[in-house]
Design a protein around this ligand. Structure first.
Ligand code: AMP
Length: 215
């Protein structure tokens, strides 16, 4: 199964992708995570991408398309994958279609997650994660059960993304509505778009996604 989770930053794409990984046994391909890894490793791509990401702008289509094209040829993608945060522009949407066509593959589902702007800004501005395993927490909505200790792995180190602040979030949202939201129409025309209410509880969103992918 090959699916795209489409939605603005903070919509819950990463959280739901993690759940799909566990249930479907296919990998989550998050271009944001791949780019952050390149920044941390100070590769040429990472050095080019860092300032753009910190400002909340989009990295070039050329760079991102190349990263994804390489990633989907890895053996763990043979049975499918979940694209999280990609494609984000119409050029990227055309690119993924061409990549899949070259490999005799196609997209099964595109799931759009809708969440109100003020909720997105609040979610992202309070977001932090375990530095070791990546479990995501929130300043008010989801603190670790024992303060300062990760529920999943017991680590005591946490981190915040430099672009997870209210000001950069406004730029990221602007970019979403300007560059990414046209993909809603693009996939609607192709007949593979499903839209779900991302304001529901995490469990209810998961149930909605399950109902779509098991059809
Ligand atoms: P994310 O983790 O998906 O919120 O992405 C974090 C940042 O990485 C974005 O604000 C962009 O700067 C960059 N990025 C991630 N995915 C893409 C993409 N598909 N196209 C362009 N830039 C991206």
């Amino acid at each position: 199964m090959r699916l795209i989770l489409l939605g603005p930053p903070g919509a819950g794409k990463g959280t739901q992708a993690q759940r799909l990984v566990e249930r479907e046994g296919i990998p989550q391909l998050s271009t944001g995570d791949m780019l952050r890894a390149a920044v941390a490793a100070e590769t040429e791509v990472g050095l080019r991408a860092k300032a753009v990401m910190d400002a909340g702008h989009l990295v070039s289509d050329e760079i991102v398309n190349a990263i994804v094209a390489e990633r989907i040829d890895q053996p763990d993608c043979a049975n499918g994958f979940i694209l999280d945060g990609y494609p984000r522009t119409l050029i990227q949407a055309d690119a993924v279609e061409a990549m899949l066509a070259e490999r005799g593959q196609k997209l099964d589902h595109v799931i759009e997650m809708r969440v109100d702007d003020e909720v997105l800004i609040r979610r992202v501005a309070g977001r932090f994660s375990c530095a070791k395993c990546g479990t995501v927490y929130h300043d008010t909505d989801r603190q670790p059960t024992v303060e300062g200790v990760c529920d999943t792995c017991g680590s005591t180190e946490f981190k915040r993304r430099p672009d997870d602040n209210a000001e950069t979030m406004r730029t990221r949202l602007w970019n979403y509505y300007k560059d990414t939201s046209p993909l809603v129409g693009y996939y609607h025309c192709k007949g593979i778009l499903k839209t779900i209410d991302g304001m529901q509880s995490i469990e209810d969103v998961t149930d909605n996604i399950d109902a779509i992918v098991s059809r």
